[in-house]
Design a binder for this molecule. Structure first.
Ligand code: ADP
Ligand code: MG
Length: 349
């Protein structure tokens, strides 16, 4: 009898332990951890569920600093600055990170016939849009920089992991693609720590991992490109995907009654004249989405729609200057326009 009683007691104690461990696990799995840091010249915002979230955050922040130190054009000691300093002198050995990001940037330069061009640096440095000393350059200053912008002259040596810029004054700016790479890296770090549900934002380059604990997708807002108060004009449900937007409203210089935005046309040296207000790309790879959002913005609506149709490896939402919204068909049923000033013109790309 005593044996039976103690057996029953053991079962009860074990059951209680399992139940309480179960609820402990649920509370850890459903607790939201958050972190915000200023890094890469922008705001890094991390949200994640699960027990290892905070360790994953610390590793992500460390990695973001490493990527910035290697790729920024604004601080001494970066590899991109070394490349510029060694232009027409000698090749520069690059870390695997910088070599990879520069290679991807050159691929996009090729596939956009040079509309996207990482050798835009001399022009970016001339305008300095987004910095307090931004100004409209004189036409002769722009003319003197234009011949330095030519992606086809960059010499990469994969075996030695080097790059060489053959003309003095040439430089490389990875600003249109590096945040996407950083978002991919953060996602990889989260995965390594077993995090299954997270929302990563590197200055608006978003990676939505998994679903929320209630099994609903992440709902992301697309910014209203005409509203300076960061209001949203549409929402998009995403799961295990990145969402990246480029627009002329993000950084600009107002001078003499004209607004000059920060995405430059390599053929003119001036801000790209585009009929698009913003381009949002949804895909699995954030480095690709970052390069594509800038590229499609530069191309303008019709060429961008054609590119999206031809490539097919990503989804896109374009907003043109008539407030028309164009999206690829794979995304149409996940897009909700919440501002009636905007009209869905075509979802059948
Ligand atoms: P943001 O950095 O504001 O999210 P983008 O990803 O579109 O926006 O990148 C814009 C940045 O890319 C510019 O600030 C500049 O550093 C760089 N850039 C500007 N024009 C070009 C271009 N034609 N090709 C590649 N990079 C560019
Ligand atoms: Mg970009």
């Amino acid at each position: 009898m005593r044996k039976i009683l103690s057996g029953v007691l053991t079962v009860i104690i074990l059951a209680a332990a399992v139940i309480s461990f179960g609820s402990y696990r649920t509370s850890v799995q459903t607790r939201l951890y958050t972190r915000r840091e200023f890094v890469m010249g922008t705001l890094l915002s991390l949200q994640a569920y699960g027990p290892n979230a905070e360790t994953a955050f610390s590793d992500t922040v460390r990695r973001m600093h490493e990527i910035t130190d290697r790729m920024t054009i604004n601080d001494a000691g970066s590899e991109t600055l070394l490349l510029k300093q060694h232009a027409a002198i000698a090749p520069v050995e690059l870390s695997a990170d910088t070599f990879f990001v520069l290679s991807r940037a050159l691929d996009y330069a090729e596939s956009t016939n040079g509309a996207f061009d990482p050798t835009i640096e001399p022009l970016v440095s001339l305008w300095r849009i987004g910095f307090p000393d931004a100004r409209v350059p004189e036409p002769n200053e722009i003319d003197s920089k234009l011949p330095l912008v030519d992606y086809s002259r960059v010499q990469l040596n994969e075996a030695e992991s080097t790059a060489y810029l053959p003309v003095a004054g040439m430089g490389v700016d990875l600003g249109a693609i590096a945040k996407g790479f950083a978002a991919d890296e953060s996602r990889r770090i989260m995965e390594e720590h077993g995090v299954k549900s997270a929302l990563i934002s590197v200055g608006g380059n978003i990676y939505a991992m998994g679903e929320k604990p209630d099994n609903t997708p992440w709902r992301i807002g697309i910014q209203d490109p005409l509203d300076s108060r960061n209001r949203v004009m549409a929402t998009l449900d995403v799961k295990d995907e990145t969402l990246v937007t480029s627009g002329g409203y993000e950084r600009y210089l107002d001078a003499g009654g004209v607004r000059y935005h920060h995405i430059l046309d390599p053929s003119t040296g001036y801000p790209a004249e585009t009929d698009l207000l913003s381009v949002t790309i949804v895909s699995k790879s954030s480095i690709d989405a970052d390069a594509l959002s800038t590229s499609l913005f530069l191309m303008g609506r019709d060429a961008a729609l054609e590119y999206a149709q031809r490539d097919g490896g990503f989804e896109a939402v374009l907003i043109d200057d008539d407030l028309g919204v164009y999206c690829t068909c794979g995304i149409q049923n996940r897009l909700t326009i919440v501002n009636s000033n905007y009209t869905l013109v075509s979802g059948n790309v």
